[in-house]
Write a protein that binds this ligand. Structure first.
Ligand code: PMP
Length: 436
């Protein structure tokens, strides 16, 4: 029987009157899973959500990534309360900012200098400006399906959000801007090579999610990042890693410092964009890189970037507290084990019910695509059964399991999930898969 969600339905109707589409980010709508009222949540703690009708859900959305400690983690909550009591916004520098900058630099050696902003979008947008200022070139190369926020340049043939809604590009972006962007398939060095042969001397930067989180989780094939960095540098362009999702997601560090993948450790990007986890759930972004490149940024250099809310004590305190929690021994290994059990359970159930499912798992994060082929690039991720996913999503919701309402989004484990949650989720999935 479908779960009762009448209050959510009423609130959705009301929201539609006042908020465009009823949601403040399109990925929250249920458009990509067959429509209907999104669930209005009223409380979250640990691995759970409670909706306005008092239904409980095990959460694998993790707010699209930031909530790796689980919701309302006491150490983070305490830090936010302390910050609020001391005043939430100063417009002056604080010592806290130095502390978080140091923590990031210690974990990510390619950062000589950082700057805090308010979102991943801002972080990425500014890395592009800095790369353009530094190289005095205009073009950007990016990879199909990678999502880098909603600024003009990176919404050209962008990933999860727009593709989910079936809008290839956004309206409102001039063709003249789109022409500054070249999109090539992920994991395809030959295409990158061709693009660089043609436009290399006009290219300011090649931007990449070093581990993709936006068309499911996709690993770079061995040698891809190494080749990407080599070809990019041969062309005199900069390498920008968008680690908004990947930072502190798989280990205490980033994809670029992930020793478990030998291909990564040797390669440092010139600039890195960060966000999500580094704010512990409050709005944040950051970008950073080599000193001589970062010195392009005002007040030292000619590339302007500013922010009234940037580095605010609440977000920074929350970020410091979150990283402190993540420093605890064994945390990532535990998420890895739980995610492995969950992925195995899903795979076993899918195979029992004769439903093809491709699972890409990287430690505590994974994606489950309804298809019978591997997913290593965006074309393959598109070529999966969205209608089936939509029905699976709703059956899971009715069983009290909250996933992202899109076939492209990952499942995120948090440190709050337990073995019992995993068992309950596998049971829910078995029920759902049996009814597809
Ligand atoms: N880069 C990546 C890789 C992302 O996944 C996202 C958000 N999903 C962004 C940038 C944009 O971040 P924000 O939503 O904080 O602007």
């Amino acid at each position: 029987m479908a779960m009762q969600r009448t209050t959510s339905e009423t609130l959705y109707k009301e929201a539609l009157e006042h908020i465009v589409g009823g949601v403040n980010s399109p990925s929250r709508s249920f458009k990509a899973v067959g429509g209907g009222a999104p669930v209005f949540m009223k409380r979250a703690e640990g691995a759970y959500f409670w909706d306005v009708d008092d239904n409980r859900y095990i959460d694998y959305l993790a707010a699209y990534g930031p909530i790796i400690t689980g919701h309302a983690h006491p150490h983070i909550t305490e830090a936010i309360i302390r910050a609020a009591q001391n005043g939430v916004l100063y417009g002056t520098p604080t010592e806290l900012e130095i502390k978080l900058a140091r923590m990031l630099k210690e974990a990510i050696p390619s950062l000589d200098k950082v700057r805090f902003v308010n979102s991943g979008t801002e972080a990425v947008m500014t890395t592009i400006r800095v790369a353009r200022a530094f190289t005095k070139r205009n073009k950007i190369i990016k990879f199909a399906g990678c999502y880098h926020g909603h600024s003009d340049l990176v919404l050209v043939a962008a990933g999860s959000g727009p593709s989910t809604l079936g809008i290839p590009d956004s309206a409102g972006i001039p063709t003249s801007i789109a022409q500054e962007v070249i999109t090539v398939p992920f994991n395809d060095l030959d295409s990158l090579k061709i693009a660089l042969e043609r436009w290399g001397d006009e290219t300011a930067a090649v931007m990449v999610e070093p581990i993709v989180g936006n068309f499911g989780m996709v690993m770079p094939e061995p040698g891809f990042l190494e080749g990407l960095c080599r070809l990019t540098r041969e062309a005199g362009a900069l390498v920008i890693y968008d680690e908004v999702i990947t930072a502190f997601r798989f280990h205490y560090g980033t994809a670029q410092t992930f020793a478990a993948f030998p291909d990564f450790a040797a390669i440092e990007p010139d600039l890195t964009a960060l966000g999500k986890v580094i704010g512990g759930g409050l709005p944040i972004g950051a970008y950073g890189g080599k000193k001589h490149i970062m010195e392009q940024v005002a007040p030292l250099g000619p590339a302007y970037q500013a922010g009234t809310m940037a580095g605010n004590p609440a977000s920074i305190s929350s970020g410091i507290a979150c990283l402190e929690v993540l420093q605890e021994q064994g945390i990532y290994e535990r998420m890895d084990r739980l995610a492995s059990d969950l992925a195995d359970g899903l795979a076993a159930s899918a195979s029992r019910h004769g439903i093809p499912l491709t699972i890409n798992r990287i430690r505590g994060s994974f994606s489950a695509h309804f298809c019978d082929h591997p997913v290593t690039n965006y074309d393959q991720a598109q070529d999966t059964d969205g209608e089936l996913f939509g029905r699976f999503f709703k059956l899971m919701l009715d069983q009290g399991v909250n996933l992202a309402p899109s076939k492209y989004e990952a499942w995120f484990l948090t440190i709050a999930h337990t073995q019992e949650d995993i068992a309950a989720t596998i049971a829910a999935a078995d029920y759902a898969l049996a009814r597809l």
